[in-house]
Ligand binder design. Sequence first.
Ligand SMILES: Cc1cc2nc3c(=O)[nH]c(=O)nc-3n(C[C@H](O)[C@H](O)[C@H](O)COP(=O)(O)OP(=O)(O)OC[C@H]3O[C@@H](n4cnc5c(N)ncnc54)[C@H](O)[C@@H]3O)c2cc1C
Length: 398
Amino acid sequence: MIHNSCWLDYDYKSSKPLDENIDTDIAIVGGGITGISAAYHLSNSTSDFVMLEGKSIASGSTGHGAGSLVAGLGLDLWQHIKYFGRRDGFLIYSATIDIIREMEALIKKDRLECGLEKSHGYYVVWEESQENMLHKEFKAVKDYGIKAKLIHKEKIKDELKINPRFTECLKYEYMSRVFDPAKFSRGLARDIKKKGIRIYENTNVIKIKKTKSHFKIETKNGTVTSKKLLLTTGSYLIKEAEIEDKRYSKEPDHAIVTKPIPKSILKEFKLDKPKLIWDTRIRYAFIRTMKDRILITGGERTINGLYEQLFHFFPGLPDVGVDYSWTCHEIWSEDARPSIGEDPKLKGMYYSMGYTWHGMTLGFLGGKLLSELCTNTVSSKSRHLLRLFKPKHEIKLV
Ligand SMILES: Cc1cc2nc3c(=O)[nH]c(=O)nc-3n(C[C@H](O)[C@H](O)[C@H](O)COP(=O)(O)OP(=O)(O)OC[C@H]3O[C@@H](n4cnc5c(N)ncnc54)[C@H](O)[C@@H]3O)c2cc1C
C-alpha cells in the first residue's frame, strides 16, 4: 500500500523557485485550489501578480482531497436554510452550482485532463431515528427545484446492493461531479504560466511584514513586495499566520483507494456506474466510484475504519485490498461557513479558508471572489456572498 495520495503519485515537473526580489501589485501565497482559482481569475484581467507555493501546486489538502465536487457548504440543503434563511441558503447553494458549472466549462475549454465525471448522489439513512433528516432534505431539494426521489427500504436494492440497515435513501440529481484535483490545479497552473504569469514552486514564505503601503513577503532566496496579498494557504494558515477564530478547528481527514475491482463484482454491487454515496451519520462518510474500477472512501476517523466502512456499506464485498491511503488536514466549523474576504484589520490582505469538507467547490469559489475583490470587479451576487462569508477575525502575522 502506498501512503500517499493517488493524485500525487506521478512525476511532476515543478516551476523554478524564486531567486530574486520582485515588486508586484498582487502576491498570492499558496498554490492549492483556492490560490490557483484566484490566479486563473486574476489572469483574465491583469498579469501584474505572482504566486508563491511552498512545495508544489496542489501538494496540500487539494492534492489530498477525494475529488468530489459537490454543491453547497458542507451541510444538507435544509441546514443551509436553518443557518442562513431560505433566500441566503438558496443563494449560497446556487453560487456553488454555478461555480461547478464554471469549472466544468473551463475543463472542456482548456482541455484539462482531470477525469471529470458526473455521478448520482445517494444519501442513505444510517438508522431509523435519522429518517427525519432525509425527509427534511427531500423537502428542501424539491423546494429548490432539484430532481430527487425518496427510495424506500425494499426498493434500495434496485439501485444499490447496500447494507439493509440503511432504511431509506434519497437519490438526487445532485450537482455532483468527481475529478482529479491535482491534475485540474496543475493543468490550470500550466495554462496560467503560458500567459506570462510567474508561478514559483518550492518557495516557502518565511515571514510576511506589513509596511504602511506594502507587504514584504520573505522567502529564502528573494523577497516579494506587493500592494495586495492573497493568503491562500488553506489549513496551513494557522501555522504560518495565526487566525484567532474559535469557530474553526483544524481536523485531520483520511482517504483510501482500493485496488481495481473486477467488473463482475462492481456490477453485482451496482457500483459499475458513477455513484457518490454518503450517510446521515456524518455527512462526509462517503464512498464513491471512480474510473479504473476503484472505490475511494473517506469520513472515518482512521484508515482501518475507512476500510471497514466499505464492508459496512456493502456486506459481502470481497476483500478487495487497498492501493493508497493518506491523511491531510482541513479547517472545519459547525455551521460550515467559510471566511472569504479582506482581513478586518490588515487592509490589502485577503484570505479564503474554512471550507468544512467542501473545499474543492468553495476553494474555487473563494479564489474567484478574492480576485474580484482585489480588482474591484465584484458583481452584485458576489457582494452578497462576501457579506455572508465576511472574515470576522484578523490574521496575526508570525
Ligand atoms: C482526505 C481529504 C479528503 C477531502 N475530500 C474532499 C472532497 O472530496 N471534496 C471537497 O470539496 N473537499 C475535500 N476535501 C477538502 C479540500 O481538499 C480542501 O478544503 C481544499 O483542498 C483546500 O484548498 P486550499 O487551496 O484552501 O488549501 P491547500 O490545498 O492546502 O493549499 C494551500 C497551499 O499553501 C501552501 N503553503 C502553505 N504554507 C505556505 C508558505 N508558508 N509559503 C508558501 N506556500 C505555503 C501549501 O503547500 C499548499 O499547497 C478533503 C480534504 C481531505 C484532507
